[in-house]
Design a protein around this ligand. Structure first.
Ligand code: SF4
Length: 286
């Protein structure tokens, strides 16, 4: 007997998470990348994961179920709220009250003309951004993903006047960051250590590839010191101590920020930037 696609008692064509799980084989084999069929079903419904990512669905059911899902997505039913879109809207509004002419100096950009329009040319890692009212694009034509746009708009809205002083602080030394320490360790430091332990040279090469400079500072007793300028007013230093298997020390890494960072970025944006540096160094796609 064919398994029913809809919830019992429901006569509409919407597929809810629980009813979708009924057409999945329920073997929890993990071939889709999720540990259970139900977890996969949740992602199909809320994140629009293609149903065909489960290779074990009856092909006759697959097509009709996907059609119903597409209809469901079209009206936004059950899909996860688009956080990036909301955040982008908020950040744009936050930055909108500022005129391009007033912002460029604070964030260290160059005022240019793009056609008849005023625009800011702003270095961003190894790229250059062109910021106009309401749009941010790279000069090579690539677009920034929405979270990166949120990051840039927040910087524009926050951007203070103070230039970096060259005095470095770890996240822990900045106010109101206690709740972010765990996230920094888990999402930035641990993956960097895992990726680069025993590979100091690779770390230097990866850092230089994204525009970092290897410093040979006698005062900083570390195996690698990299200086990044992701944005003109925002230098970031990465300090790496490699593992010493003979002495029994594990590797360690710290990101340091100029003491003026909070003039230019809020804490959430500092976390975003830290993760972005980690992603670029580790070659992760975003
Ligand atoms: S591949 Fe299909 S059967 Fe296996 S766990 Fe994923 S959804 Fe379930």
């Amino acid at each position: 007997m064919k398994r029913k696609l809809h919830c019992q008692g429901e006569d509409h064509a919407l597929i809810r998470c629980r009813s979708l799980s009924k057409i999945l084989p329920k073997t929890n084999c993990g071939d889709c990348g999720y540990s259970t069929c139900f977890a996969f079903a949740s992602m199909v419904v809320s994140e629009k994961l293609p149903l065909k990512n489960c290779p074990h669905i009856d092909s006759a059911l697959l097509e009709s179920a996907q059609k119903e899902l597409d209809a469901q997505y079209a009206i936004g039913k059950w899909t996860k709220k688009d956080m990036a879109a909301d955040a982008l809207q908020w950040a744009k509004e936050r930055a909108a009250s500022m005129k391009i002419m007033e912002v460029h100096e604070r964030i260290g950009g160059r005022l240019i003309k793009d056609g008849d329009e005023d625009a800011i040319e702003l270095p961003y890692f190894r790229d250059t951004l062109i910021i106009k009212s309401g749009t941010i694009v790279k000069t090579n034509g690539e677009t920034l993903n929405r979270w990166e746009q949120v990051f840039i708009y927040n910087h524009m809205a926050q951007g203070g006047k103070q230039l970096p002083t060259g005095k470095w602080k770890g996240l822990v030394e900045l106010p109101n960051t206690v709740s972010k320490m765990k996230s920094m360790k888990e999402h930035v430091e641990a993956p960097l250590i895992e990726h680069f332990k025993g590979k100091s040279r690779e770390l230097c090469a990866a850092g230089e590839a994204i525009g970092g400079k290897v410093l040979h500072d006698e005062e900083v007793k570390a195996d690698v010191v990299l200086l990044f300028s992701p944005l003109p007013r925002i230098p970031v230093m990465l300090v790496f101590w490699d593992q010493d298997l003979e002495e029994g020390f594990g590797a360690e890494v710290k990101l340091l920020f100029d003491e003026t960072i909070l003039e230019h970025l809020d804490i959430e944006s500092i976390m975003f930037l830290s993760e972005r540096i980690k992603q670029l160094l580790c070659g992760e796609s975003v």
